[in-house]
Design a protein around this ligand. Structure first.
Ligand code: GLU
Length: 485
């Protein structure tokens, strides 16, 4: 138990692609815990595997955290007293520790070839015993070593696991014990000199004085190996970081959330117009709860309320509908200025507007009528396109609904009567259409207004009809109706 040390929590992804829902849930909890306790939030990039972790993915990870508002106290771009914060820049540190472990007898050189290791695995499979290194190179004589070296074999550095077991208290799961019969000697450094995750992660957590490791449950089984590295480094037990393994995030089908059963990449959500505050709010509820059945949590409240005791140990289920509902709430809570600012890139990317002053003026009037209705920003271009298109056309799937004789009749009546609307306002338009189509023609509102809607906006899904017509203006509205008659 780190005694009275100031809290230091780290988020340490290996970005081999865009960060995904699980990564970000971890980052959010790390950040919230650091902020809640007044501690430090450290962001470390675990990029020792430079074939899979590219500069682009690293930059994307940095941008994603910034976009979400998860600011870090130490890490890339901000630096800090324990840097560098990219593991690829710390290779000499790992090499020194590995050399010390060899010198102190905690680790040994292993000369086994991959074919030999595979043969061991095969024999273990056949004998139905737990897989793992068989200890062949643990006690090699000087002659055997000389023979291997003469053969040109390059050794890996392997950690010697003592007999017995490792027990630690996980802050979420309670006491966890790993029998070392199932934790075989493991590789710290590859034959080419590059460090493995277990070495780098443990060395860095110690050197960066990390007090709390909150991370995904998938890493639970690597904990006894990391603890062995702390021991080899001479860290006292009361200075090991405390571990809290967060529950898995499952898809709707109860299998672990993956590309197969859901969208996992945060970039995907960003592109579809989910707001960072909605993503954070929703992810906060995945495995944690603020109590009182609440679902609306601000970042501020999260930092006030977040405790590890409130994290559940059972898996959390990702629910897209709930995320959309929360996103809709957060969109409604935006100020008009902020809604405009956030909508703009979606409209320009979809080429609905180019961004001219006239367009922005019209947009400022149009956005309030849809702010209540969208669940994501990406829905906006399709909803507002009718106001800005140069060459208007009714959408192909809506066209049949206005091409029959009844619809044409209804539209001619609407056209005639709308010409007489004195003031082109949504109230005026509504009054005229209600009288003509509903009272006089006796049509059902759904049918009557749906035809006008399709004629004017091109789609059977649109913002409120009368407001849409007011914004579009008399001339264009009438021309569009006339074109269908
Ligand atoms: N770099 C590891 C990963 O992305 C996580 C490290 C850790 O949190 O211990 O899987």
């Amino acid at each position: 138990m780190p005694s009275n040390r100031p809290v230091r929590v780290r988020f340490a992804p290996s970005p081999t692609g865009d960060l995904h829902v699980g990564n970000i849930r971890t980052a959010l909890f790390d950040w919230a815990y650091a902020r809640h306790t007044g501690g430090k939030f450290i962001f470390r990039i675990e990029d020792t595997d430079r074939e899979r972790v590219t500069d682009e993915y690293i930059q994307a990870a940095i941008d994603t955290l910034k976009w979400l508002g998860l600011t870090w106290d130490e890490g890339p771009e901000v630096g800090g007293p324990n840097g560098p914060y990219l593991q690829s820049q710390r290779l000499d540190i790992y090499a020194k520790w590995a050399a010390k472990f060899l010198a102190d007898g905690f680790a040994y050189h292993c000369y086994c070839s991959s074919e030999e290791l595979e043969a061991v695995r095969e024999a273990q499979r056949k004998a139905n015993v737990a897989p793992g290194y068989n200890g062949h190179c643990r006690e090699l004589s000087a002659d055997q070593i000389a023979a291997y070296v003469a053969e040109g074999r390059k050794p890996v550095v392997r950690m010697r696991m003592p007999d017995g077991s490792t027990t630690f208290t996980d802050l979420i799961r309670g006491e966890v014990t790993f029998d070392h019969n199932f934790v075989p000697d493991f590789v710290l450094v590859r034959a080419d000199g590059s460090p493995l995750y277990t070495l780098a992660v443990a060395v860095d957590d110690v050197m960066m004085q990390v007090t709390h490791v909150l991370r995904g449950e998938d890493l639970l089984s690597s904990t006894p190996r990391q603890i062995r590295v702390y021991q080899a480094m001479g860290v006292k037990e009361d200075e090991y970081p405390l571990f809290a393994h967060l529950p898995f995030v499952m898809g709707q089908d109860n299998a672990k959330l993956s590309k197969r059963n859901g969208e996992v990449s945060i970039a995907w959500y960003r592109e579809r117009g989910f707001l960072p505050e909605a993503i954070c709010n929703y992810l906060a509820l995945l495995g944690w709860s603020p109590g009182e059945d609440r679902e609306d949590v601000t970042m501020e409240e999260l930092t006030q309320l977040f405790t590890v005791e409130r994290v559940h140990s059972s898996p959390a289920r990702f629910d897209m509908k709930k995320l959309e509902a929360i996103n809709g709430d957060k969109i409604r809570a935006l100020t008009p200025e902020s809604f405009l600012e956030k909508s703009l890139p979606f409209l320009t990317d979809a080429k609905v507007i180019s961004g001219s002053a006239d367009e922005i003026d019209l947009l400022k009037k149009a956005l309030p009528i849809i702010q209540e209705r969208v669940a994501t920003l990406a829905e906006i271009p399709a909803m507002l396109k009718f106001l800005f298109v140069a060459h208007f056309e009714v959408e192909a799937d809506s066209l049949p609904k206005v091409n029959d004789p009844e619809s044409k009749k209804l539209l001619s009546v609407a056209f005639d009567r709308l010409q007489n609307v004195s003031e082109w306002s949504h109230d005026g338009i509504e009054a005229v259409l209600r009288t003509a189509l509903i009272e006089e023609m006796g049509l059902k509102p759904r049918i009557a207004f749906s035809a006008v809607r399709i004629a004017v906006t091109g789609s059977h899904i649109s913002p409120p009809l009368f407001e849409s017509m007011e914004l579009l203006g008399r001339e264009k509205s009438l021309a569009r109706i006339q074109a269908l008659i």
